[in-house]
Design a protein around this ligand. Structure first.
Ligand code: SF4
Length: 409
């Protein structure tokens, strides 16, 4: 194999952090693909030009997504990367693996691809970087025979992802691992056969700490919440103070709704004003904990800046029970897709369509009543303005539904 001089890439190995260049050099010893990738990247750094191009549809039989075609613009100079396709493998919920599973993934990839991986892509998949068209069916056959499947790509539902949830966290408000798994199984067709206007991401977080950053990265963010008061262990609060925590500065003054007080003896919370942001609980998890009914808030519309700027998800359903088999959630997803499908132009994310058509028509179409919690962004404008009569109506309805056991939010 040709040995490339890489003085510019070598600079990136000098910092205090692990370097992707070091890993590429290791892979380049065994793989012509990785070796030529190293050569082309150095050439790119020298000329300040990118040499990757999309082109042609590549994939495996029966699947419309999961493989992203990539070709080099300099195939004669760097023949190893003439094709450099990316394969996405659907990750397990919460990214829990055995070391045996990781070895299995890497052994198959060493056989057919560059050996380079990205664990994980921003959608969540295991990303295998760089293989040739003629290897794709064999790669798929080997992975699928061992129980792995491809992830989503293109204008499809992308591989759902979730935080570690009950696998490692005592504060999750629903089983994010199960919800993610069930959504993946339920929407296999939407995942593997792109039929949407553009991509659609669902991410599951067990609480508002939002460890998968669903509020900024998912078209549908499912964030765990609770209905009861925050339980306070006053002795544990005192212990935090004794150990150096400034309760007023770090907790009380940081509460976004100003619903907490602390007089040096007792920490009090006006739970009717709490917006379940998790700040105080995350900082004092030995002293505070949520109580009562658990479920999730469903928010819609976030995305990174592509066609227009970045957006955050907005609350659509303040509280939904999230318990297997997640029937209400699955039905809700389908209703949302139906409306999006009808109104979206090509490459329009659902958040952009809601901006264009208005939250009101979206809510009407999916059959969700307007409620004050449907704010555009935290601590900003509501989508719907409520006059005194509307508020009285809401209160009357709430009282009636509580009586008949139909109260949901
Ligand atoms: Fe305040 Fe957030 Fe704690 Fe609620 S969860 S009391 S809003 S800091």
């Amino acid at each position: 194999m040709k040995k490339y001089e890489t003085p510019l890439l070598d600079e990136l190995e000098k910092g205090p952090w692990p370097s992707f260049v070091t890993e590429m050099k290791k892979a380049a010893i065994k793989s012509e693909i990785a070796n030529d990738e190293l050569g082309q990247l150095e050439h790119s750094y020298k000329t300040k030009v990118g040499y990757w191009k999309h082109g042609g549809i590549v994939g495996v039989l029966g699947y419309g997504s999961g493989v992203i075609g990539r070709y080099s613009d300099l195939p004669e100079q760097f023949p190893g990367v003439a094709h450099f396709h990316t394969v996405r493998i659907n990750q397990p919920s919460g990214w829990f693996y055995t070391s045996k599973a990781l070895r299995e993934i890497c052994d198959i990839w060493d056989k057919y691809g560059s050996g380079l991986t990205n664990m994980h892509g921003s959608t969540g998949d295991i990303i295998l970087l760089g293989t040739k068209t003629e290897n794709l069916e064999a790669i798929f056959a080997e992975y699928s025979s061992r129980g792995w499947d491809l992830g989503g790509s293109g204008s499809a539902m992308r591989t759902p992802s979730c935080c570690v949830g009950p696998g490692r966290c005592d504060y999750t408000n629903y089983d994010t691992l199960e919800a993610c798994y069930q959504a993946t199984q339920e929407f296999q067709d939407e995942l593997h056969r792109p039929a949407f206007a553009y991509k659609f991401k669902i991410k599951f977080s067990g609480c508002a700490c939002d460890c998968v950053a669903s509020i900024a990265r998912a078209d549908m963010s499912v964030i765990g919440t609770w209905k009861g008061p925050i339980l306070v262990d006053q002795a544990a609060v005192k212990a935090y103070e004794k150990n150096g925590m400034n309760i007023n500065a770090e907790i009380i003054n940081m509460c976004p709704t100003n619903c907490m007080t602390y007089d040096g003896k007792e920490l009090k919370i006006d739970n009717s004003e709490c917006n379940r942001c998790m700040h105080c609980i995350a900082k004092m998890n030995k002293a505070l904990k949520p109580s009562g009914e658990r479920g999730a808030t469903i928010l819609i519309g976030s995305k990174a800046p592509i066609v227009v700027g970045s957006m955050l998800s907005a609350v659509v359903v303040p509280f939904m029970k999230m318990e297997p088999p997640f029937t209400e959630f699955k039905e809700f997803v389908r209703k949302v897709w139906e409306w999006w499908d009808e109104h979206a132009k090509p490459r329009e994310r659902i958040g952009e369509v809601i901006e264009a058509k208005g939250m009101r028509s979206f809510l009407e179409a999916i059959g969700v009543a307007p409620v004050p919690q449907q704010i555009k962004e935290p601590r900003r404008d509501p989508f719907v303005f409520f006059g005194p009569d509307d508020i009285q109506n809401i209160k009357d309805k709430e009282a009636e539904e509580k009586k008949t056991g139909k109260w949901k939010f």
